[in-house]
Design a protein around this ligand. Structure first.
Ligand SMILES: *Cc1c(COP(=O)(O)O)cnc(C)c1O
Length: 392
């Protein structure tokens, strides 16, 4: 599809990046499992490390290029780099844009690998300064700004608290000191939230989650201006080797076609389940951006079209009974990850290394719950019978 700009989001999900295979006439891009591509007759002027030319699959691959085209269109960005995992995408951003003496402001609740990279690895190895702040609080972000701030990194909604940060407000603060705003938008997907349009410089996704949506392939992506994305490609793929398998790129390309249908259903079912949970006497709290009780519900309404499928909640019970509850579930699967077709739950106990950053209601541990595509009544029935087995 040549000019995807005029089409709606749903149409781009189906068509952008797809095309007719020249050799067979197949109306779908084939899976190209090859490490190398035929060199031109005269390779003397070839840039062996060009991340946009088909030379070697660690530079880029055919299926990766198709997926990059689709994801750039869906986020409204100029360009995209697809990598082997969400963490490869995050690390790619940090390795590319942080140098010795640089300062980064990061949300104090973020994906665990981000926390460790920015709080432990980068300061110790490269002398990078990190400020962890509550990015739901604009004044706290403003106070943390320094002349050498190079990046403000937020995750919204955040994993696992579902805290929401104001993308537009933080973009203005970042740009006031010439820093980049990078947004991990994994929990929302481009269907529910468009950070670039709100002023972000780079959007990051774990494709492993909603974008693939079927729990069978890992990947990561960064979307933004070509000038920035090109730098990440060179670092994160060619030099650091974080490349995606063509097969995973092909699977994710297939998964993303139904993204709008899935996100709508995840969001509708999650709201119903969140309201059910909130009404149960056994439930201590429910954190879901779609509930009026969520502390950033208003900002969520402003910058998201629906509220996705992830929530956190807690029961008024001890660790052992939380575990009993999870193990009593018959449909909902106890496993990590989010954004799959099946509902997933994980109990994170009070000994979690970041527990002190979580809100007070999380101090007894929390259940992170990713609502799948099953019928809402089946999910609710499963929760009811598990609560009953715990004496409720
Ligand atoms: C899962 C996740 C990641 C990491 O992605 P992987 O594909 O597992 O490496 C990053 N950010 C968020 C918000 C996530 O949920």
């Amino acid at each position: 599809m040549t000019d995807s700009k005029k089409f709606s989001f749903r149409t781009k999900c189906v068509h952008t990046g797809n095309g007719i295979d020249k050799e067979t006439g197949a109306i779908r891009r084939p899976l190209t499992m090859a490490n190398s591509y035929r060199l031109p007759e005269d390779a003397s002027t070839l840039n062996w490390s060009d991340p946009n030319q088909l030379v070697y699959t660690r530079n880029t691959s055919a299926n990766q290029i198709y997926l990059q085209e689709k994801l750039a269109a869906l986020e409204g960005g100029e360009d995209c780099v697809v990598l082997g995992s969400g963490v490869a995408a995050l690390a790619g951003v940090f390795f590319t844009f942080l140098e010795q003496g640089a300062h980064i402001i990061c949300s104090n609740v973020s994906y665990i690998a981000v926390y460790r990279l920015l709080q432990e690895y980068f300061p110790a190895k490269y002398g990078i300064e990190t400020s962890l702040v509550d990015t739901a609080d604009l004044a706290a972000v403003k106070q943390a700004l320094r002349p050498n701030t190079k990046i403000i990194h937020i995750e919204t909604p955040g994993n696992p608290t579902t805290r929401v940060s104001d993308i537009d407000g933080i973009a203005k603060l970042a740009h006031s000191v010439g820093a980049l705003l990078t947004v991990d938008s994994t929990f929302a997907s481009p269907y529910l939230q468009q950070p670039l349009a709100l002023g972000a410089d780079l959007v990051i996704h774990s494709l492993t989650k909603y974008i693939n949506g079927h729990g069978d392939a890992m990947g990561g992506a960064v979307i933004g201006r070509t000038e920035l994305i090109d730098k990440i490609k060179r670092q994160a793929m060619v030099n650091l080797g974080g490349v995606i398998s063509p097969f995973n790129a092909w699977l994710i390309m297939r998964g993303v076609v139904t993204l709008p249908l899935r996100m709508k259903q995840h969001s509708e079912t999650a709201l119903e389940v969140a309201r059910f949970l909130e009404a149960q006497p056994a439930v201590a709290f429910v954190a879901y951006p779609g509930l009026a009780s969520h502390p950033q519900h208003e900002i969520a309404q402003k910058q998201m079209s629906m509220f996705s499928g992830v929530m956190a909640f807690g029961l008024k019970v001890d660790v052992a009974t939380h575990n009993k509850f999870v193990n009593s579930l018959e449909l909902i699967v106890p496993a990590v990850s989010v954004g799959h077709d099946e509902s997933l739950i994980v109990y994170v106990g009070p000994d979690d290394e970041r527990n002190h950053f979580y809100p007070p209601e999380f101090q007894n541990g929390h259940l992170r719950f990713s609502i799948g595509l099953e019928a809402a009544e089946d999910i609710i029935d499963d929760l009811k019978q598990a609560l009953a087995k715990c004496g409720f």
